[in-house]
Every structure is written in C-alpha cells, then in structure tokens.
Design a protein around this ligand. Structure first.
Ligand code: HEM
Length: 459
C-alpha cells in the first residue's frame, strides 16, 4: 500500500448503543439494518443484539460461522423472515430453499455456471459493457449529471438479461422486469425491519398490494423471456437454457415452468443487485482516489495495451481484481446472511433458543477488530500474493461459505473485473456531494442517497 492509499477510510456509520442504534434506524425511516449494529458487534466472538421481541444472535468467530453455515446446516436453515419476504418473487427456489429440495435444485443449476458457459457468457458481458461505454461517451459529451447507483443496476441487469436470455435490457419485457424489480427492492427492506423488531419467529410476512403486483408482473415477464429463450437458437448457450435443460439425476425430470420462473428469478435477484452494489462502491472509491484509478490503468495498459479485454485477460489483472475484493470486504453487498435456529442448541458456550435469529454479518466480520489490521482502511494489497496468506481463514465471506456458497461468485468476479478495467481505463468520474455519502443496508448495502456523478472521456 502506498502512503496516499493508507489514509483512505471510506464512509461507514458510527456504531452506537443498541437502543440508540434502534432509534437511529427507525428515524431514518428506511429500514436501515446497518444502523442497528452496536459497537460490540465489531468486537465480540458471539453476542446478543437486544432490541427485538425474538432473540437475535450475532456470530462473528470463524469457527462458529463455519459451524452454522457448513457443519450444522440442518439446525440452521435459511431464515424465515428472509424466506417470507422473498417468497412472492422466487417461491421456494435455490436461494431460500433447504434440505432435499435445495440439494436437488443446486445439483441441477450448477452446470449453468460451468467454466465453458462462463466463457460463452463473457461475450454477452462484453457487449453490455460496450454499450455502456457508448452511453458514457454521450454523457461525457453532453456533460450531464447521472446517478452512479442507477447506472450500475442498469448495467448489471443488462448483463444478466444478455447472459441468461441473449436479450438486452432495451427490450420492453426486460425493462419491465427491471423496473418492477427496483420497486420490490425498495419496499421489501421496510417489511423486514418491522418484522425483525416486533415479529415472532415463523410468523406470516405481509407484503403490500403494490409489492405483490410487482412480483406478479416480474414472474409473468420472466415466463415470456423463458419461453422465448427455448425457441430462440441464439439463446442456446445462455444460462437460462442450461437451467431449462437440467434434469434431476434420480427422476430424469426437469423443472416445471413455475419452478423455472422461481430459479431464474433468483438469478435475476441474486445476480444483479449484488454486483451493482459492489460496483457502485468501487467507482465511488476509485473516483475519490486517483492513485487507485492510475494503478488500474497501468495494469490494463501492461496486460492488453489498446486491445479489447478478452476472457483470458481477466487473470492478468490482479490489482483490478483486488480492488473488487477489497471493496467487497468493506461493502459486502449482502450485509447480513441470516439463519434461524430450528431447535434449541449451543454455538460455542452460548445457549441458543429455538426460533432465534442467527445473524452472520459479513459487514461486521469484515471490519472486526480481532480479525483484521486497520479494518476500516481501503487497502487492495491485502489480497496481493505476498499478503493474502495473512488473512484469517473464515474472516472474508462476501460470497458466504460452505455448501450454500454463492453459485455465481466466479461470474461476478469476471464481470466486475471486466467492468472496472474497461470503464476506468476510458473515463474519469467526478462525484457530487461525496462527503454526504453514507452506507445503509437494504436488500443490499447501498448509499443512503443516490450518488450523483459526471464522466469525462480520457484521451
Ligand atoms: C458481487 C456479487 C455477489 C455477491 C456478493 C453474492 C453473495 C452471495 C451470498 C453471500 C450468498 C449466500 C447466501 C446465504 O448463504 O444465505 C449467495 C448465494 C447465491 N448467489 Fe450470489 N452473490 C453475488 C453474485 C451472484 C451472481 C452474479 C449470481 C448469478 C448469476 C448469484 C447467484 C446466487 C445463487 C443462485 C445463490 C444461492 C446458492 C445456494 O443457496 O445454493 N450471485 N450469493
């Protein structure tokens, strides 16, 4: 790390007492779960968060998180609150299912993320990035101000559409999915906060009519996209076709149409907002630190010169990838990975009641005082070959861990490295009101207010 980088502490909320955190979170009126994390959350191995009707246990110690997420997954299934909030959109599909249902789905979906499929998907990623560069060129010429967050959501949704369905987001159907999805994203975190504080375990989650209507619309449109991708030869290499063609190894049966909508809804849900979140923070940091931008440019220059960045070039960009990884550490898109205790048990010496909410918080683990040196500093070289060995095993879990680890982690890493390298080498970003930027936890870790920016094309 050079001297300038060593000074950079990107924004985070000041941890308060549990009660003050609750007051702050309610006052913000936005379901910001991040404000609820007290100071202790960054210091303890395991502890109780004391503001809710149900018991909430935060688990930080790697040995304990491994227990919850790897060794005892039947005792700690996916959290009821999360399942209830997402059910109208994705049913009982891969992201939220448990037990045998989940095992069958995971086996059937895994081939969609094979290296060969990813190689094919890369062309679709490139096409989306090319189009985004054209848009940025126009914005650079007009000098217009635009939302960084929205641009990233649009870009990653475009990539998901192209890689799944060989269709750009410009089609009416895809755009409708994207817009309805944005509404769902905004509304669902409010439901979660009130249920978290006042609800009992396994109680019904009530969604507004507006959210239910958005979910219905997304599902109808996903059905249209799936039907088209089955008959469209150009979509034969897409991720959707891999899921359509998947067969249960015991029964030989494929997914029903409804199940296909569930699974592809998950790809859309898990696969675009997450990447958009980390890219928003990465561009925020890069625009604030010219020396980081310069190192990316030097690396791209050395690896590919003036050429287009190809699939095989991605591995020649370790610094760019480490900027992505360090941004994922400081701003993990899934701020929390919740589970529920299906039976009374113990984690370490801590007694856990049946129905307790188990909060694995990548946000807190990645900033934990015992696990990281200078946790709040942005330092991509933590992940360099020389220093990576110092990272405590289990202290870095942006993609989760164990059998439920993110199915799209490699996809996300390739996509994000391509985007960062392509855009940073061609454009300078100028941010407005950057001192006001503040992270909050909604469906993903987001800036409280959209970040406004302008771009300038580099010569
Ligand atoms: C930077 C981007 C991403 C991050 C940080 C991320 C993070 C995660 C995390 C933490 C989990 C585990 C959740 C849990 O254990 O409860 C997960 C699961 C999953 N992710 Fe991702 N994800 C990203 C991108 C993607 C992409 C691009 C896709 C697909 C195109 C995807 C598909 C999935 C699926 C299907 C699961 C469920 C896996 C299972 O339960 O078996 N993710 N993701």
């Amino acid at each position: 790390m050079n001297a300038a980088e060593s000074l950079f502490r990107p924004p985070c909320p000041k941890p308060l007492s549990p009660l003050m955190g609750l007051v702050r979170s309610i006052a913000s009126g936005e379901g910001d779960l991040l404000s609820l994390l007290p100071k202790d959350a960054y210091e303890v191995d395991i502890g109780t968060l004391g503001y809710s009707r149900r018991s909430i246990i935060i688990v930080n110690k790697p040995e304990y998180t491994r227990h919850v997420m790897t060794d005892a997954i039947d005792i700690f299934p996916k959290n009821d609150l999360m399942k209830g909030a997402l059910a109208p959109l994705v049913g009982d599909s891969l992201f939220v299912s448990d037990g045998e249902t989940w095992q069958r789905q995971r086996k059937m979906v895994e081939p969609a993320f094979s290296f060969i499929r990813l190689g094919n998907a890369f062309h679709a990623m490139q096409a989306a990035v090319d189009q985004f560069q054209d848009t940025l060129t126009k914005r650079s010429e007009s000098g217009e101000t635009f939302s960084l967050d929205f641009s990233m959501s649009h870009l990653t949704a475009d990539i998901i559409c192209r890689t799944m369905f060989s269709k750009s987001l410009e089609s009416d159907v895809a755009m409708d999915v994207f817009e309805s999805f944005s509404l769902f994203e905004r509304s669902v975190s409010n439901v979660k906060l009130s249920q978290l504080i006042f609800g009992k375990a396994w109680s019904d989650i009530k969604q507004t009519d507006e959210v239910l209507a958005a979910c219905k619309r997304i599902r109808e449109q996903l059905g249209v996209l799936i039907d088209e991708s089955i008959v469209n030869e150009a979509a034969a290499d897409g991720l959707a076709r891999a899921v359509v063609d998947a067969r249960d190894e015991n029964t030989g049966e494929g997914f029903t149409r409804d199940e296909l909508i569930d699974q592809l809804g998950v790809f859309f849900l898990a696969g675009h907002e997450t990447t958009a979140s980390v890219l928003t923070w990465a561009f925020f940091i890069i625009a604030s630190r010219p020396e980081v931008a310069q190192r990316i440019r030097d690396e791209v220059d050395q690896a590919v010169g003036e050429n287009k960045i190809g699939f095989d070039d991605i591995k020649k960009l370790p610094y760019t990838r480490n900027v992505f990884r360090e941004t994922l550490r400081l701003y993990p898109p899934l701020t929390f990975i919740p589970r529920v205790a299906a039976e009374s048990c113990k984690i370490g010496k801590q007694k856990i009641k049946r129905g307790a909410m188990i909060m694995i918080a990548p946000w807190a683990i990645h900033r934990h005082r015992k696990l990281w040196d200078e946790p709040e500093l942005f330092d991509p070289d933590r992940f360099s070959q020389e220093r990576e060995g110092n990272i405590v095993r289990g202290s870095y879990i942006p993609f989760g861990q164990g059998p439920r680890v993110c199915a799209g982690a490699t996809f996300a890493q390739i996509e994000s490295t391509l985007i960062l390298a392509s855009i940073v080498r061609a454009f300078d970003f100028e941010l407005f009101d950057k001192e006001k930027v503040k992270p909050v936890a909604r469906l993903t870790t987001r800036p409280k207010h959209e970040i406004q920016c302008r771009v300038k094309k580099r010569q």
